[in-house]
Design a protein around this ligand. Structure first.
Ligand code: AMP
Length: 203
């Protein structure tokens, strides 16, 4: 069993009780007016000009009604993951995470993100398929809910270092409600990511 499979004795498991209180260094969902909400949004692209698509989509999110993009992480690169595991033949992904403040309700935010995906040519013919742009809501305040359109926090975020690593860069105290602190969850992730440099972006 590898190190990532075997929890260390000193390490909380991801299914341990949630951190109910934000850490002192955590981007707090509670420090704003009642109609403002904090969301964490993940970006992924593995077709076309991936870096340009992510940066353009970030600007489009910032332009949504009642919404401000506070900060966009640096870009990371990762292998494409399909239902059977990593697909070495698929184009690699660029990923990033943004911290957002919004007055949009969760389903309205998802509708707006789906429209931005669509504008960038995203089709939904194949689940887990290659895509010009994928936008996921990772968290929305500390909300935990699930219906036929939306699950919060995002159900696979805890296993994805291409989400957790750029999020941790922006917010060292980040936590996934009901799952645990990101700096602890990331130790259980098997998928490696690497920093995407500006030189690579330009090529
Ligand atoms: P994907 O192919 O990964 O983009 O999955 C998109 C589908 O996941 C859509 O049908 C969404 O309604 C659904 N979904 C459920 N929860 C979320 C979430 N937290 N963020 C984005 N999409 C979600």
């Amino acid at each position: 069993m590898s190190a990532v499979d075997q929890p260390r004795p000193d390490q909380p498991r991801p299914d341990q009780p949630r951190p109910d209180q934000p850490r002192p260094d955590q981007h707090s969902p509670d420090q704003h007016s009642p109609d403002q909400h904090s969301a964490v949004i993940a970006f992924g692209a593995n077709l076309g000009d991936r870096a340009r698509t992510i940066r353009t989509a970030a600007a489009e999110i910032d332009a949504l009604p009642g919404t401000s993009l506070i900060i966009l992480s640096s870009l990371v690169e990762s292998a494409a993951v399909k239902p059977h595991g990593v697909d070495p033949d698929a184009p690699e992904y660029l990923n990033a995470v943004a911290l957002v403040e919004t007055s949009l309700e969760p389903h309205d935010l998802l509708t707006a993100l789906n429209a931005i995906e669509h504008e960038h040519g995203r089709t939904r013919s194949e689940r887990w398929g290659d895509r010009t742009l994928d936008l996921d809501i990772i968290t929305y305040d500390l909300l935990e809910m699930s219906d036929d359109r939306l699950t919060l926090p995002h159900p696979r975020a805890a296993e994805r270092s291409f989400v957790l690593a750029p999020w941790l860069e922006l917010d060292p105290g980040a936590a996934l409600p009901g799952r645990g602190y990101v700096d602890e969850l990331i130790a259980f992730c098997a998928d490696p990511v690497r920093e995407h440099t500006e030189a690579e972006v330009a090529s």
